[in-house]
Ligand binder design. Sequence first.
Ligand code: RB5
Length: 153
Amino acid sequence: MAIISVGADDAGAPLKEHLVTYLREHGHEVKDYGNGEGEDYPDVAEKVAEGVARGETDRALLVCGTGLGMAITANKVPGVRAATAHDAYSAERARKSNDAQVLTMGARVIAPQAAELVLEHWLESEFQGGGSAPKVEKMNAVEERHLGGSATG
Ligand code: RB5
């Protein structure tokens, strides 16, 4: 079973707690970064994504109100591919096509039982390689070209 790091902000905490229980009940080891006490979603997403980039865990789940801020932040950490998914098909493709190591979800978007299904599909799916491999390499090359660039708003 995979080791999965998890983190949430205050908006995502109830769903994250539900999914941590679900993961443990299904035999997964969880590295819990907490519920963003005194922190905002960018603080939590950065820590969790850095852990993935360092190879401490293979996969991570981040939960905020929408899943969006967590994904945007995590994707700024080099080497990390984060995807927001609230349906099983997208979760599966995030692994098979995009090799996303990080799944993000929004507690204000999806019900806990539906989130379990999305998470399960994501965990059971692996990167398929093949024709998807050069596309993921191109995504990584975009990152490489922009490393060290200045942020614009
Ligand atoms: C609350 O800060 C809310 O904006 C956050 O949880 C998330 O939805 C951001 O993307």
